[in-house]
Design a protein around this ligand. Structure first.
Ligand code: B12
Length: 210
């Protein structure tokens, strides 16, 4: 499946890719494994964009292929999850300057399926909006997604505003997105970082159960 799906992605064959995914779901393949293959394929699209083999049109189209696949994966991801009801609230968004949201939406699907209430602020979110929503909803968790490196500065701004508002101590800040890493977590001052949606759920749940 992996090679076929990767090839369909790189040839921008949306219907073909969706057909492969549909067949895999019907065969009972773990939807998280399908997601991993998609993420790797998108990484490859990104690399080809970086090296000039692909243009912006391919970047855009790969997003459309992924959206089609996500529509198929979403119900499968929800039914694949059976554990508990976390009952915590999360403010989630892609900070200012960044408009990527495919990964964010996947993580939100998983969080909701695990019983979290998610306040999705969307993309290109100014720091003030994060703070206002954390206050309004009294959410103990702030989740931010970054797909381009300039977003690290926006994340830092949000975290420094959290400190100014006296909210930093009581807010668990988790970040993710293809360009993030443990080093980035330390640099921006977040509490946790992961690329794995299940790990994200586990980390947030552990914080809430403390
Ligand atoms: C699709 C895509 C786009 C689409 C986005 C569509 C959309 N609605 O999101 C479009 C065409 C709009 C786009 C635009 C641009 N893009 Co772009 N894009 C990509 C691409 C190919 C795939 C991203 C993706 O959706 N992956 C699939 C998802 C499922 O993976 P993910 O986001 O990583 O999410 C997973 C995890 O990270 C995690 N996760 C995600 N968020 C969070 C949050 C939390 C809290 C947690 C815990 C976990 C978590 O969960 C997900 C599931 O596993 C990447 C390549 C790559 N390496 O990813 C480039 C990439 C991110 N883009 C890049 C660039 C340069 C751009 C542009 C600047 C291009 C341009 N010249 O205009 C613009 C920037 C626009 C902006 N201001 O934001 C670069 C960034 C380089 C950098 N280091 O800064 C990349 C890395 C490509 C590359 N290698 O050059 N892009």
């Amino acid at each position: 499946m992996e090679e076929q799906l990767r090839a369909a992605f790189l040839r921008m064959k949306r219907q073909e890719a969706m057909g492969i995914v549909k067949a895999e779901i019907e065969r009972g393949t773990d939807p998280l494994d399908i997601l991993r293959v998609c993420r790797k394929a998108m990484e490859e699209v990104g690399k080809r964009f970086e090296t000039g083999q692909f243009f912006l049109s391919e970047l855009i189209y790969s997003g459309e292929v992924f959206k089609g696949i996500n529509a198929l994966l979403e119900p499968a991801l929800k039914t694949a999850i059976t554990e508990g009801n976390a009952q915590g609230a999360i403010v989630f968004g892609t900070p200012r300057g960044d408009i990527h949201d495919l990964g964010k939406n996947i993580v939100i699907t998983m969080m909701k399926a695990h019983g979290f209430t998610v306040h999705d602020l969307g993309v290109n979110v100014p720091p003030q909006k994060f703070i206002a929503d954390l206050k309004r909803t009294e959410s103990p968790v702030l989740a931010m997604s970054a797909l381009i490196t300039p977003t690290f500065e926006s994340m830092k701004e949000v975290i420094s505003m959290l400190k100014e508002e006296g909210l930093r101590e009581k807010t668990f800040v988790i970040i993710g997105g293809a360009v993030t890493s443990e080093l980035v977590r330390v640099e921006v001052g977040a509490d946790a970082q992961t690329l794995d949606p299940i790990e994200a759920v586990r980390l947030c749940r552990n914080f809430l159960l403390q």
